[in-house]
Ligand binder design. Sequence first.
Ligand code: HPA
Ligand code: MG
Length: 225
Amino acid sequence: MKASMAGNDCVVIPDDWQGYKLDLFCIPKHYEDDLEDIMIPSGLIDDRVERLARNICQDFGHADHLVALCVLKGGYKFFADLLDKIKQLNRNIEHSVPISIDFIRVKSYVDDQTSDEVQILGVDNLDNITGKNVLIVEDIVDTGKTMERLLKHLEQYKPKRVRVTSLLVKRTKGSTGYRPDYIGFEIPCRFVVGYALDYNEHFRDLGHICVINEKGKKKYAAEAM
Ligand code: HPA
Ligand code: MG
């Protein structure tokens, strides 16, 4: 595997970004009252994911095998879209890379608060990452604690090399300073939902990445369910 050509350069959404008004795009009726604004429309996500796929293929171009590891549940949409783009590239290049997929479930949020307890719930037997190049695919890195814990957890399986891609990285005061290898967007410290990111399991069925409002937080609070 070549050294990363892309560094971890990404699209930066500034703190004063007001987002797009909800009625400029299509939002499911059932969420109309629960959102503040649209931070990243799905079309822009799609364009950025295409470029991440290219950067990843360039770096992994000479690898013999790649295990793409999806962090559930929030990572499923990014994972599916990223893999589609990687597959497209893979059928058009000289040094195509065989890819297998695996899943892992990680949980650390209740309402919009992170808890120190990170649960890592295996979905598959991870023995098949031993000796392999692994690409972890995550929806969002916030404090960085979850990813650092996951990386530590994976060490026991002795992968050859592990790289991490996260669609979003939040600028958070409590950050450990951890940065994934491939980042889609760096975003302000606001709670976002959509494109499979949830608030207590709601909003995964929203296409754009949006900011939840106070009404939405109350309506879907853990204790209200
Ligand atoms: N949205 C959803 N899940 C999250 C977030 C967020 O803003 N930050 C950390 N996990
Ligand atoms: Mg996640």
